[in-house]
Design a protein. Structure first.
Length: 274
């Protein structure tokens, strides 16, 4: 145990000295049991879920199975560890539990870094999400709005998912507007409230608006340039099960070292999907 403790301490010191250097040392044998297991297995097991613009699945024959910053970072980890990537498909419902149960080493299925999730997993963040509002283009209250501030009025009704952090944020952000809560999960969007005219606007992650607008013609966003929104910024990243300090320190150091590449990969998918 003393030897492992010394190795771990030595690795943490190396991390501090390495800083943003491109060559981040892999923890030595015995410093991280997880890395030891990965190397012995010969594969880095990652949970995957198609979520623009962080992890986009390739549906065409040939080429890499995924694109985006999450895949770029996962490949970097595997290359530095000298192992192959082993992907395990997940759903929104189990993309956190699969990593806490030990079935995968990392869930690279994109995750919003929320206080609830921080209690059970440790994050490696590489992006930032934000919210925009959307409504029908035929609704003059929405069409004439240039910013969220223009919707802070008593004749505007905002739909949101009950119990979501976005709903709590909207209550403070637009206190004069009327609110209409609907049941659902944090992944849901109150689109039915808009199409049925029960609400004027609803919130959505800015990266998901273009996909929704393709499925439901006639929608517009506030702000109009939805990708520029900085409303309710929430870190986005991947996660590992908690209490793996050496593994976490290495993962974060590598992510920081190649951050420009990750940002470029995200911008590529943003441009393609906007």
């Amino acid at each position: 145990m003393k030897i492992q403790g010394l190795l771990a301490s030595a690795f943490c010191l190396a991390m501090a000295l390495a800083g943003r250097a491109s060559e981040i040392p892999v923890p030595p044998p015995g410093a991280s049991s997880r890395i030891d297991q990965i190397k012995q297995r010969g594969s880095l097991r990652v949970a995957v879920l198609d979520e623009y613009p962080w992890l986009e699945q390739n549906t065409e024959a040939g080429g890499k199975p995924f694109a985006g910053p999450a895949w770029c970072l996962a490949e970097e980890y595997a290359n530095r560890l000298g192992v192959r990537l082993e992907t395990i498909p997940v759903t929104f419902a189990n993309k956190v539990s699969i990593v806490t149960s030990g079935q995968v080493d990392i869930t690279i299925a994109p995750l919003l870094q929320t206080p609830e999730r921080e209690k059970i997993v440790d994050f490696i963040t590489y992006s930032m999400s934000a919210q925009c509002l959307f409504g029908l283009a035929t609704n003059p209250k929405v069409a004439e709005a240039k910013s969220l501030d223009d919707l802070n009025r008593s004749d505007v009704t905002i739909a949101y998912i009950i119990g979501s952090p976005q709903g709590a944020w909207l209550e403070k952000r637009l206190p004069q507007a009327q609110r209409r809560g609907v049941p659902g999960s944090v992944a849901d969007v109150a689109i039915d409230e808009i199409t049925s005219h029960r609400a004027d606007v609803a919130n959505i992650d800015k990266f998901f608006f273009s996909g929704l607008a393709e499925k439901v013609p006639g929608l517009i966003s506030v702000p109009k340039e939805y990708l520029t929104s900085q409303e309710l910024p929430i870190p986005v990243g991947m996660a590992i099960s908690a209490n793996q300090p050496e593994f976490l320190a290495w993962l974060r150091a590598v992510a920081e070292a190649i951050r420009p590449q990750l940002t470029a990969k995200e911008k590529e998918l943003e441009k393609a999907g906007s």
